[in-house]
Design a protein around this ligand. Sequence first.
Ligand code: C5P
Ligand code: MG
Length: 286
Amino acid sequence: MIPELSKPSVWMRDSKRVEEIIQAMHRAGPSTLQVISDFDMTLTRFAHNGKRCPTSHNILDNSKLISEDCKNNLKELLNTYYPIEIDSTHTVEEKLPLMVEWWTKAHNLLIQQKIRKDLLAQVVKESDAMLREGYKVFFDQLHKHNIPLLIFSAGIGDVLEEVIHQNGVFHPNIRVFSNYMDFDENGILCAFKGQLIHTYNKREGALLNAGHFQELQDRHNVLLLGDSLGDLTMADGVHNVENILKIGYLNDKVEERKESYLSTYDIVLEKDETMDVPNAILNHIT
Ligand code: C5P
Ligand code: MG
């Protein structure tokens, strides 16, 4: 039905069911669809030419806005907590307090650096951040068909918005739930706004934003894109879901995590740096 589903990077525990969901979405049409996507390492590339690409946090961490001392501290946090984030031998309950610890410590370090709002665009421009291959087709296709795209990210909202802007695809059908920076009257970072979003509390974040999903209550079909098992709960605020198709990018620690991704995501994309599969599915539905 969709040739891209035969790519060697594609894994499915039940391809027949995937086909049925896509057909049901095709019959219902684009006016009943909404897309909910994670940002870092889902819409952005995990690696390019063998080199890791930055997350929205890393864009700042590696920038000229951060002192060498602070860079080392942030790197140490990453080396400590990232392996825990992706570890498949511990439960979400075990990881939760450690994720809060990581985000809190990192945000406090960033606040100490007195980051200037007016330099963010330049820092993003100078970074190695890259949206996945085929991103333009993805964003433009959703815009063209008036399909709402919710980007639900535990990254930094101001930074990820800038990445999308600079790639020319921040269309009006996009809404973002993320961690936004708060600046003082001089435009210096002084805090992060609202409830912290980390990898494993997206369900709470979804339920807190009930109003957004209320507005989209006629859109019973959901295409969900993520790269972490925490992303699976991003659609928990959607009312009366009829069909949901969950696509998971498996970027790192593939062998250890394949089993858990296969049992939770409908389609698993192993080390696939493209939007080919989501684009092909959208093309079939619209
Ligand atoms: O957009 P998404 O929800 O994927 O953003 C969160 C990602 O950012 C996490 O998967 C985590 O690995 C990464 N992160 C980071 N530095 C931090 C906190 C999180 O790179 N200080
Ligand atoms: Mg992610």
